[in-house]
Design a protein around this ligand. Structure first.
Ligand SMILES: [Zn+2]
Length: 329
């Protein structure tokens, strides 16, 4: 019962989770169907409102007892609200380590082909659980690269969505066409994603385990070319991304790690970064930085070669840039 003594009721629209849909995708569809926000939806259902701001993609995984009970209550209320079994709500959660998931605000990668089909068939457009994993960068159904849905205030209009789908598909297919995958890497990618989806803690052996350790918590989302970089890492041009991986693996004060406190700006620059003052001794440039320069030079070179005389757009240019460029004065 709410503070005003009103009894909550089940929702008008029984928006149910689709197979393999992640929690955020589903709950956002529920809120949208009722023209409300997640906070208001939770308040209406008698769910603690603070949970609306919490990252719930992993459900009850890794929570203390009190938090576990709060999320348990939320699951029960949501299940009742759309008249489904609580186990179906729990099926939207991923039981993985938090570092295997993309940061919350970046869980917007989808397959434009899947969305196009869903739109044509009148089915809901969803974000699948596997697409919010850092390891995920392609649609296994369509062998297409994932595309990042633009951040908008609320869902896109049909017109904007159609325009975005056309752009995203063209871009994904163009980048995909320029990359020759290594079959074994793709097989390991699928195997590891399935393992994460099952919440299995099994370890592999040898190269497979090395692959899992390299990609499970990868940091390619530090670049806006995340998907193309991951595709390159699974191709015969794997070396092109080594420099980037080494750069983000370096210990630097700017690079956020798991502790949120590390997001604070450094109070003092590292000694060998201070230039022109004091007695800091010249420090040799880290040889890894040369790898970074070489990696980007390599990508740049491929970009120029990929479409000679046809388009100045590069292998790693972002979807939508053609449209923006066309509108530019
Ligand atoms: Zn697809």
């Amino acid at each position: 019962m709410t503070a005003l003594g009103l009894e909550p009721e089940p929702l008008a629209f029984r928006v149910r989770p689709q197979v393999d849909e992640c929690f955020d995708s589903w709950i956002d569809r529920v809120a949208f169907a009722h023209d409300t926000t997640r906070s208001d939806l939770f308040r209406h259902l008698g769910i603690e409102e603070a949970l609306a701001r919490q990252d719930l993609a992993r459900g009850q995984s890794g929570l203390g007892f009190a938090e576990y009970l709060r999320v348990h209550h939320m699951v029960e209320r949501l299940a009742w609200a759309v008249q489904i079994e609580p186990s179906i709500v729990k099926g939207t959660f991923l039981s993985v380590d938090g570092s295997a998931l993309l940061p919350r605000r970046m869980r917007q990668y989808v397959c434009a082909r899947c969305w196009q089909q869903a739109r044509r068939d009148g089915q809901p457009r969803i974000i699948r659980k596997e697409w919010i994993l850092r390891m995920s960068w392609r649609c296994r159904l369509h062998d297409g690269l994932l595309s990042r849905v633009p951040v908008e205030e609320g869902p896109m209009s049909d017109r904007a969505l159609d325009a975005w789908l056309v752009d995203a598909l063209a871009e994904a297919e163009r980048v995909r066409g320029g990359i020759a995958y290594r079959g074994r890497r793709l097989a390991w990618n699928a195997l590891c994603i399935d393992t994460l989806l099952r919440g299995s803690l099994n370890r592999f052996k040898g190269e497979k385990q090395h692959y899992l350790e390299r990609f499970q918590g990868n940091l390619f989302h530090f670049t806006r070319h995340r998907v193309a970089m991951l595709a390159l890492a699974h191709s015969h041009l794997d070396r092109a991304v080594w420099g980037f991986e080494r750069l983000v693996a370096m210990t630097m004060p700017e690079r956020p790690v798991q502790n949120a406190a590390s997001l604070q700006p450094p109070t003092r620059l590292p000694r060998n970064w201070r230039i022109g003052r004091g007695r800091a001794t010249p420090c040799p440039v880290d040889s890894h930085l040369f790898d970074v320069v070489l990696a980007y030079a390599h990508v740049q070179e491929r970009r120029d070669v990929s479409a000679p005389g046809r388009t100045p757009r590069g292998l790693l240019s972002a979807p939508g840039s053609r449209r923006r460029a066309a509108r530019a004065p």
